[in-house]
Design a protein around this ligand. Sequence first.
Ligand code: MN
Length: 332
Amino acid sequence: MPAVTTDNILSLPRISGTDPAVDRPRPVVGVTSAPSGFEGEGFPVRRAFAGVDLAALDPFIHMDQMGEVEYAPGEPKGTPWHPHRGFETVTYMIDGLMEHQDSNGGGGMISDGDTQWMTAGAGILHIEAPPEHVVVSGGLFHGLQLWVNLPSSLKFAAPRYQDITSAKVSLLSSPDGGALVRLIAGELDGHAGPGVTYTPITLLHATIAPGASLTLPWREDFNALVYGLSGKGSVGAERRPMTWGQLAVFGQGSSVTIAADESQDSRDSAFDVYILGGQPIREPVAAYGPFVMNTKAELIQAFEDFQAGRLGTVPASPDDRVPHGEVNGSTP
Ligand code: MN
């Protein structure tokens, strides 16, 4: 798992320890296992939020772990052109390459620790696929796509594209150097991540060495979610076991704790987790396919606007892999 790493963790800024006199460790209210499925043209995903109440996820809607999969030559798959409205897609690539192009002129290649933050807002069409040379060669593919909701006042924001390269990510160390934190967006213990968010959100990827523990101060008005990417460990002061492919939902409090088991499976050198939280939006959610709105009437409007070409049009491309005209409205 390359993402972005460091040669000398002790040279990084340290996250300060929590003060036991005032800290209220968040309890774990649930650990769920992500079921496997397929997305787009048939790439394997794990539905990280399956079976979890939307109110506990708010302001997040949906998250897919893409892979981890080792593709044979010719096997890598992506999505066809499809629309979105009313929210943001946040794609984090850990291994492999993903190419993105949208009807607003945004796009680019992301790999090994890059995040692409796309605000669909009022509407956009996009395509997400491995580049041609990766389709030919195959290889390791592992990433995440998170859907971040927008409040009603921002659902029609202008589409926006943030290219958060791995070099921009803020690297931090736990107090004892046992965990590396890659702060992607938002604020953590006075440190700022590069990603700009419409509502208050904190997003990070942590690698916790075997036997080490990571305690993060966490805003009391945020929810707190931890998804296991690889390895195994435990969550909360109660040390509830969790592994890769599982999601932990924390209750109220001022800090979250994640620990890595001393003994890891041979393929994992650490416990890697994606940690996310934000201020809940607390608005009605009407979500269907690629649209996340507040009401059913707005969903119907989104489909009508898409059919009428008002969410954008597929740009001309010399790349004949792109299935022009085959826009699939039902693909998330
Ligand atoms: Mn999409």
